[in-house]
Design a protein around this ligand. Sequence first.
Ligand SMILES: [Fe+2]
Length: 137
Amino acid sequence: MAIKWRKELEIGIDVIDNQHKELVDAINKLLEASAAGRAKEEIGSTLNFLSDYVITHFNFEQEYQKRHNYPKYAEHLKLHQFFLQEVQEMKRQFEQDGASLPFIIQFNKRIVDWFVNHISKADKDYAEYVHSLKGAK
Ligand SMILES: [Fe+2]
């Protein structure tokens, strides 16, 4: 199911919120193209964009956390590494079966749900930490 961008998904750091929005757009685009039965190449290129941009985005977050000495950096890094493997797995599945129903079901579970949950919990946690540092100054 498409992700509707909502206030609860904002972590309050503009540059990162914008990257999250970009990822949500790509996720939605892929879901819509799959539902409409669009060509495999078109869906594949969105999936490639998504997997590349996730790497850029995660690197950005990791650098940002390091810069602010986020105490749960290592824990957060593991979450990112797990997700990158999931994305690779979805790419493999897509290469094999295209945007089949099992692919879409797995994509919803392993990509959409994970991503929304990650933003709402783990990303909000480091954002709160950074905001608390700024408040303390
Ligand atoms: Fe994250």
